[in-house]
Design a protein around this ligand. Structure first.
Ligand SMILES: [Ca+2]
Length: 320
């Protein structure tokens, strides 16, 4: 059975891998890519998405809709110190590639209508576009079959601050709107889940490089800058929460443990801005999200490595 989905992304590094998983996994019907301000410069993110479609030999097959160029309330904060340009310096000729004129928020609403309750969304950047869709049409939350959100930490450390994970930190007001909206939502947290089960160390990266396909070469390139950063902060490899989020939607059998939580986002404090308070059921709060706690990590690795072995012929040559 095919799963119609949209990937809402701030395309850099693992976002690229997530898009490839949405493009190439059997049964996935990727209907659009919607762009949101996050990791790196907005227009650079759009180029990274085109680089990814090119790597997957699907240039022109999936529309890219431009969304929010800044968070709802706050100035944009980048993660360029982590990701560089988000594509490891990879480039190509972008001539003739034009994103859709329809705004990402309008595209999300239209695609939800067209899918008749079957559309799923994997949101792997700040939640600005998803929040705006809810603001524009509150019943959007009920129209979406399944929203998978990469963000927050489950009573564990952040990454951009001690308290907060990047996506929720960048636009905490948007995240709060989304968790209050009534979506059927599953959360893929940064810690402990990603840090414990979705880090690819050098031996795995060597195996990926040895696959020798255009996709594995692309993976190695786009993940290269982040590897240096991750190792500099004590993470023993590249991190893959975004591609894990796509896997959670498309391969729910990879989730081995999850639980119901009440998730709320800190918007008042500067110290803990964007902190996700994940209440585990003993505080009298009604659950509003499923939080992934454990995955089949070897299965996830096999999922991505299998995808990267897919033969493709990128129509446009990559340049350094
Ligand atoms: Ca992302």
């Amino acid at each position: 059975m095919s799963i119609p989905l949209v990937i809402d992304t701030d395309t850099a590094q693992d976002d690229c891998v997530a898009i490839l998983a949405g493009l190439l996994t059997e049964g996935a019907d990727l209907r659009a890519i919607t762009m949101v301000a996050g990791n790196v410069g907005f227009d650079r993110q759009v180029r990274n998405a085109y680089l990814t479609l090119n790597a997957g030999d699907r240039l022109g097959a999936v529309p890219i809709h431009l969304g929010s160029r800044r968070p709802l309330v706050r100035p944009w904060v980048s993660a360029e110190n982590v990701h560089g340009d988000g594509a490891g310096g990879l480039d190509m000729d972008f001539a003739g590639l034009e994103p859709e004129t329809e705004h990402a928020v309008d595209a999300l609403l239209r695609l939800a209508d067209e899918a008749g309750g079957e559309l799923s969304i994997v949101a792997i950047g700040p939640l600005t576009n998803i929040a705006l869709a809810v603001v524009k049409r509150p019943e959007f939350a009920q129209q979406v079959k399944h929203l998978v959100v990469m963000g927050g930490s489950n009573n564990a450390r952040g990454n951009i601050t001690a308290a907060a994970e990047f996506n929720f930190y960048v636009d905490p007001e948007a995240a709060k709107i989304v968790f209050d909206a009534g979506f059927h939502v599953t959360v893929v947290p940064w810690a402990p889940l990603t840090l414990q089960q979705a880090v690819f160390g050098r031996p795995v990266l060597d195996r990926i490089a040895a696959i020798g396909t255009p996709l594995s070469d692309f993976f190695t390139r786009v993940c290269s800058s982040t590897l240096a950063f991750d190792e500099s902060v004590g993470i023993p490899g590249t991190t893959h929460p975004d591609s894990l989020s796509v896997a959670v939607l498309l391969r729910p059998d990879l989730v081995t443990k999850s639980a119901q939580y009440h998730v709320d986002i800190e918007t008042g404090s500067e110290l803990t801005r964007g902190y996700a308070a994940m209440s585990w059921g003993v505080h009298g709060l009604t659950p509003n999200a499923t939080v992934v706690e454990e995955i089949d990590a070897p299965g996830f690795e096999a999922f991505l490595l299998g995808m990267l072995a897919t033969p493709t012929t990128p129509p446009r040559p990559f340049t350094a």
